[in-house]
Design a protein. Structure first.
Length: 264
């Protein structure tokens, strides 16, 4: 904070204790935000200090700042985007320190529009004096600005409608998903018909898992012991091994006082 607020130390001394706390919190938040934009986050305090120096120079020095707290909160610490690029601050790229290309593009577009309107006015008012031509140019520029503002408002309104439609579509999709989830949760068990079992109750699920494990175990035994070229031997050994395995499971469940499903 000593680095970031160094250029405005004169204003800092004129703040009350509460105001100093607020300015310090705002400065810390801005330093953190700037650090997220930079390849070297440690440079963020110096970047904020440079901004404050520039803004103070614009104001003519700290002696001409009548309300230090308001100036710091509303002007000194605040990023001023000259274009739509979030990395722009007074036409300077925060991440590179170079000129903002978006601002340059905006300025070039404005100059091109002004040159076109000037050429149209000169062609339509051939022979007119300088004052008359300048007045016509300013009037047409004001008209152009109004038209562009209306178009921008229309685009903004359309974008707002599209955004609202997207939000509504997302809300409808989430509602359908919630209904589907509730439907799956309320579905009866396909094995025993138990209601509100999400399609399969735990006992039936364990029973199916037991069946799967038994088949895997039997397949392993048959693959090791049977002549795989003898279908009759494979079938006989499969039936015998499965019966023995299930009998072993049943005996273990009986001995432990449970049932086959819960011993899966």
């Amino acid at each position: 904070m000593r680095v970031a607020l160094g250029p405005v130390s004169g204003l800092w001394e004129r703040l009350s204790g509460w105001q100093q706390d607020q300015v310090e919190a705002a400065a810390k938040a801005e330093v953190k935000r700037l650090a997220g934009m930079l390849m070297q986050p440690a440079a963020a305090p110096r970047l904020l200090a440079d901004r404050l120096s520039d803004r103070l120079e614009e104001s003519g020095g700290d002696a001409l700042v009548e309300s230090p707290y308001a100036w710091l909160i509303r002007r000194g610490l605040v990023q001023r985007q000259a274009c739509s690029d979030g990395r722009c601050d007074d036409g300077i790229r925060l991440d590179t320190g170079g000129d903002c290309l978006s601002c340059a593009s905006v300025i070039a577009d404005r100059r091109a529009v002004r040159a076109r309107i000037r050429a149209e006015a000169a062609a339509q008012l051939a022979g007119a004096g300088t004052a008359e031509l300048q007045a016509a140019l300013e009037q047409r520029l004001r008209r152009h600005i109004v038209v562009e503002a209306d178009r921008a408002q229309v685009r903004h309104d359309r974008a707002a409608v599209v955004a609202e439609e997207r939000r509504a579509a997302v809300a409808r999709r989430r509602e359908r998903e919630e209904v589907a989830v509730r439907g799956r949760q309320s579905a009866p068990c396909t094995g025993c018909g138990l209601p509100e079992a999400a399609g399969l109750c735990p006992p039936c699920s364990y029973a199916r898992r037991t069946d799967l494990l038994v088949r895997e175990a039997v397949d392993l035994v048959v693959a090791v012991r049977a002549d795989l070229d003898d279908p009759e031997q494979i079938a006989e050994l499969t039936a015998h091994c499965e019966a023995d395995t299930r009998a072993l499971i049943a005996e273990e469940c009986r001995r432990r006082g449970g049932d086959e499903a819960w011993m899966a």
